[in-house]
Design a protein around this ligand. Structure first.
Ligand code: IPE
Ligand code: IPE
Ligand code: MG
Length: 258
């Protein structure tokens, strides 16, 4: 199955040097990969299409990357789908973006179930339209007994909001007497994050040439490896995904040690 992922390695000139499945599966595949899927609007603009055409195309990419991540044994894939700042976009675009989860799940939920994927979300989902919440809740419910890839959609997600909310809940628990101030350490604080049940991302990918986090997983990405590409999200494919993992495997992670 993985044989088809054979690509030219960058910076090595010779065409005989290729990424093969052995390049990545003989070494540790990242347990958790987080992706800032960016560049849909520019992809559409380059083709003289409305921005939403780029979002629609981006949905197909999610499908392919989920399948590959699952095959490679990645445990968690966190995808930034809608940020707390994306409400600033024109109402029609916001409306379309918030229809995407439903469109995606209506089409692909059966194959996610078949692939043993577990759908999850993080973010302030209660502020989303009912049709979005319903589609997502159905997917979570129908995949809750699966034990393959965790597909974690960040929906109405903002990292500062997440951290602030954690701080508020900690304050409340102290007031209630269910938490003692002296017991707050990083591990305890992490229990109040939306990702408390997940390992931190090992690898962060951002497409479209933007080199910033845009309020994504600030707490969780403290020691992650970052990989940026100019490729726009609708053009992102298996080749780039494998390349990112290959590069990740060549990095020396020290976590402050030597
Ligand atoms: C990413 O593509 C999708 C979302 C933010 C939901 P953009 O819509 O940000 O595309 P660009 O950055 O304008 O090209
Ligand atoms: C980040 O992309 C949010 C998502 C991918 C959902 P944006 O396109 O919204 O980020 P900025 O505005 O360029 O920082
Ligand atoms: Mg963008």
């Amino acid at each position: 199955m993985l044989e088809k992922f054979t690509f030219k390695k960058k910076n090595e000139g010779s065409a005989t040097s290729l990424f093969t499945k052995e390049d990545i599966i003989n070494e540790q595949v990242p347990r958790h990969i987080a992706i800032i899927m960016d560049g849909n609007g520019r992809w559409a603009k380059n083709r003289g299409l409305p921005r939403v055409a780029g979002h629609r195309e981006g949905m197909q990419v999610i499908r392919r990357i989920v399948r590959l991540a699952n095959e490679l044994g990645v445990e968690v894939l966190s995808l930034y789908a809608f940020s707390t700042e994306n409400w600033k976009r024109p109402p029609k675009e916001v409306e379309f973006l918030l229809k995407l989860p439903q469109m995606f799940l209506t089409t692909f939920l059966p194959e996610l179930i078949e692939q043993n994927v577990q759908v999850r979300t993080m973010g302030e989902t209660s502020a989303l339209p009912a049709h979005t919440i319903n589609a997502v809740e159905e997917a979570i419910e129908k995949t809750k007994d699966n034990d393959g890839l965790v597909l974690n959609f960040a929906l109405n997600y903002g990292s500062r909001y997440e951290i602030m909310t954690a701080a508020k809940r900690i304050a409340e628990d102290i007031k209630l007497g269910t938490l003692n101030e002296v017991d707050i350490d990083e591990e305890k604080f992490n229990e109040y994050m939306m990702t408390s049940y997940l390992p931190d991302p090992d690898l962060l990918i951002r497409t479209s040439g933007e080199i910033r986090l845009s309020n994504f997983m600030l707490w969780q990405l403290a020691y992650s490896e970052f990989w940026f590409t100019d490729v726009l999200w609708p053009d992102f494919g298996e080749e780039q995904f494998v390349e990112a993992i290959c590069e990740y495997q060549q990095r020396g992670r020290r976590f402050g040690g030597v």
